[in-house]
Design a protein around this ligand. Structure first.
Ligand code: ATP
Ligand code: VIB
Length: 267
């Protein structure tokens, strides 16, 4: 295979360290946009909210912020918590956000974008397009979109969410739940995935969802691939494990692949 440029990946945005918490950017210069979907908020939602430079709710995701943020701070006044976590934008076909939630945030200055005329793209798709097309968002070339609540729910929604990764292969988008994260590894690059052992692993998978792969090569895994082909109906790499001594997993493939890794529950 022709040599290809390297792309680095890190889940350091999930670390509880205060040094990573400088609003909007981390040590590598990555900037974050937070996208809240219509599923229960993961426990680390407030941490990611504080680190993001823009916060967008996909339709019913606004209900989850309204109801869920106060639940994550049980000793505190719910309205005070809600004022701290005000979305910048609520966007979608707006058939799931409750009227009183829409009004509450609208009165606080949240931008409400009604796209109910478009019944051919999902709310996640609409929100990713909004972020990538919005010229007011700085650091776009380093921007990583973190989508909360994208996994572990209805299977059609999950597949729609994974399709969005394939629709925007040139944007960094990470789908998250309480249990795992996933992102796309474009075939144009070789990938160096830095493993944050305190928060992720060891279980992982490498899956050719969009198209079969004729050749994939990895290092750092218990079951590495060595110029191996993968396809549905043949081999796909599930229930793999990051080797104990590996700080980096490397992956090169002729096809776009999905990388997934488990999240640890104490983080
Ligand atoms: N159960 C779920 N599993 C995974 N993702 C979900 C789930 N529910 C919602 N989402 C995500 O949150 C976004 C907003 O959800 P919402 O329920 O507001 O959408 P919706 O378009 O009204 O869904 P539908 O009409 O298909 O039920 C969806 O586009 C999807 O990306
Ligand atoms: C072939 C086909 N299948 C399903 C839908 C329905 N759909 C897809 S995205 C969406 C919006 C959800 O907020 C809806 C209703 C369609 N349009 N075309």
């Amino acid at each position: 295979m022709a040599p290809r440029p390297a792309m680095s990946h890190s889940s350091a945005f999930l670390l509880p360290s205060p040094s990573a918490a400088a609003a909007g950017a981390d040590a590598d210069g990555a900037a974050y946009a937070l996208l809240v979907l219509n599923q229960r908020l993961p426990r680390f939602a407030p941490r990611l909210w504080d680190r993001a430079q823009v916060r967008v709710c996909a339709d019913g995701g606004a209900n989850r912020v309204f109801d869920g943020m106060p639940e994550l701070f049980p000793g505190q006044d719910p309205d005070e918590v809600r004022r701290r976590y005000k979305p910048d934008v609520i966007k979608g076909d707006l058939d799931s956000v409750r009227p009183e939630v829409k009004e509450y945030y609208s009165n606080m200055g949240t931008q409400i974008v009604d796209e109910s005329h478009d019944q051919d793209t999902t709310d996640l798709h609409k929100c990713v397009a909004f972020i990538t097309e919005n010229s007011a968002i700085p650091n776009k070339s380093n921007l990583c979109i973190l989508a909360l609540g994208a996994l572990g729910g209805r299977f059609d929604h999950e597949m729609g969410n994974i399709n969005v990764l394939h629709l925007f292969p040139n944007n960094r988008i990470i789908l998250l739940s309480d249990d795992c994260l996933i992102f796309l590894l474009p075939r144009t690059h070789t990938h160096n995935i830095h493993i944050e052992r305190s928060i992720e692993g060891p279980h992982c998978g490498l899956i050719p969802i969009g198209a079969p792969s004729a050749t994939t090569t990895t290092t750092g895994l218990q079951w590495n691939l060595d110029n191996t082909s993968m396809s549905f109906g043949g081999l796909i790499s599930t229930s793999n494990i990051v080797r104990e001594e590996s700080t980096v997993v490397t992956i090169t493939s002729d096809s776009d692949l999905i990388w997934t890794i488990s999240l640890r529950h104490h983080s």
